[in-house]
Design a protein around this ligand. Structure first.
Ligand code: SF4
Length: 379
């Protein structure tokens, strides 16, 4: 099977069907400007840290590299592209001014890695790995997205967990720091390395996702990013996006059925049923009250009559019953019995009379009025 990566595993967890469409069927997603923009920024930072020997490139050289390697795909207009191009320049300038004074050659820049789990391979790219003075590793990943990372996010960021696994196995050195560098705010957000149990869970996740893929588990899973770029292939969205011609072929077993009308009728009737339920309850209360005030057991309309019947129901305070029966070793029996069985136990006098009395005192009696409809047979 093809190697997995952080992004393919995230896609699988987000929606297994989307994984299949992208990574197995090879469907191409629409180009997105924010991905192009992120890659343009990454390219410039790779240029800055990718020098073989110091000194690092000047700010002008970094910005020239950014301009010359600018990726235009996915922008919706020339204005939007210009706006992001100059915004990117600003961010690079800020980054450069903040970081150039402590520039050091990194251990790796845009370095590809592959982890081998037997049949399953896991691959990815480190944006940057620094070797610290104490001989440990620091992982750094540049992020061009808007959201700021909170503590909780950092502590659970799966990408960092995977990268720690990869870095420690590649260099056989411990990772002591992991950072997501938020370019828009020029802020490094750092977190501690994961403990061994968490690395183990990440490893198990890679194997589990691989197993599910091998087993052909590609159910659609609706999520907050839906619809994706392939609604026509999705059982949640296919019908909604289909034109009339496709609908006919989809609904071939239902020729003559206007499914759109069926849907709207169903929703309308459901709403009416709900409203009718409320109205029926109000009418029942009026009839019941009328019977009570006028001391009637049956109330007559023109064609129908309603008989009012009292339904007596006994219940018990379960917690109080437990307190009595548990010390007698009878609670497990009562617990598996229903109310009727408990009453039977009491009726058959299997209990001590004092206990019996105590249980009797716990009875909660409710009287409910039941309304029976009949034809008005009176002349
Ligand atoms: S639209 Fe369908 S296929 Fe696409 S992500 Fe959502 S559920 Fe998955």
């Amino acid at each position: 099977m093809r190697p997995l990566s952080y992004s393919s595993i995230s896609t699988y967890n987000q929606c297994p069907l989307l994984y299949k469409l992208k990574y197995i069927d090879g469907k191409k997603e629409k180009e997105k400007f924010y991905l192009s923009w992120g890659k343009s920024l990454h390219g410039a930072l790779e240029f800055l840290y990718g020098v073989k020997v110091p000194p690092p490139p000047t700010l002008d050289e970094v910005l020239n590299h950014y301009e010359e390697n600018w990726l235009s795909a996915g922008y919706e207009s020339a204005e939007q592209e210009d706006k992001y191009r100059s915004y990117g320049r600003e961010l690079l300038q800020e980054f450069y001014q903040t970081n150039i004074s402590h520039f050091r050659l990194p251990l790796a820049v845009e370095r590809r890695f592959t982890l081998d789990f037997g049949e399953v391979k896991f691959t990815g790219f480190f944006d940057r790995i620094d070797k610290l003075e104490d001989g440990t590793l620091a992982i750094l990943d540049y992020k061009s997205n808007r959201e700021i990372f909170n503590k909780d996010y950092l502590a659970n960021a799966l990408q960092l967990t995977f990268y720690q696994l990869a870095a420690e196995s590649l260099w056989d050195l411990p990772v002591s720091q992991m950072t997501l560098y938020h370019l828009r705010s020029n802020t490094p957000f750092s977190t501690k390395p994961r403990p061994p149990a968490e690395l183990e869970r990440a490893r198990a996740m890679i194997i589990n996702v691989a197993d599910s893929i091998k087993a052909g588990k590609f159910a659609a899973k609706e999520n907050r990013y839906c619809p994706c770029d392939f609604p026509e292939d999705c059982p949640y969205y296919r019908h909604g996006y289909a034109d009339d011609k496709v609908q006919l072929s989809l609904e071939s077993e239902f020729k003559g059925v206007d499914i759109k009308k069926v849907i709207e009728d169903y929703v309308r009737l459901k709403a009416e049923a709900k409203e009718n339920k409320i109205k029926t309850k109000l009418l029942a209360e009026v009839i019941q009250r009328f019977g009570e005030v006028e001391k009637l057991n049956r109330v007559y309309g023109n064609e129908h009559a309603i008989t009012l019947s009292k339904n007596r129901r006994i219940d018990y305070d379960g917690e109080a019953v437990r307190k009595i029966l548990e010390p007698l070793g009878l609670w497990s029996q009562a617990q598996t019995f229903d109310r009727k069985a408990l009453e039977l136990m009491m009726k058959d006098s299997v209990l001590d009379p004092d206990v019996q009395e105590e249980l009797e005192a716990l009875k909660i009696e409710t009287i409910r009025m039941v309304l029976f409809v009949r034809k008005n047979k009176l002349p």
